[in-house]
Design a protein. Sequence first.
Length: 82
Amino acid sequence: MKTINIVGWKPGFLKISFAKILQENLEISLFDAKEMVERIMKGVPISVEIQDERVESFLITAEKLGAACSLVSEFNNDAKKS
């Protein structure tokens, strides 16, 4: 699993489509995905855990949909555990 920080959105953000990719990749309900999108829209950053094989596809799709997100490096994860 990899951690992705979703820190905001850009003009033209496709929030419904983004909620759907959150639902699919996190295996959560559409209601929960919509709530996450609403928090992002209010400027509240969120972190999500995504399976390794889905990370690249998620980041590319999220960028196309207007989400501002980044992959947390393994170095940062190790530092948090110390």
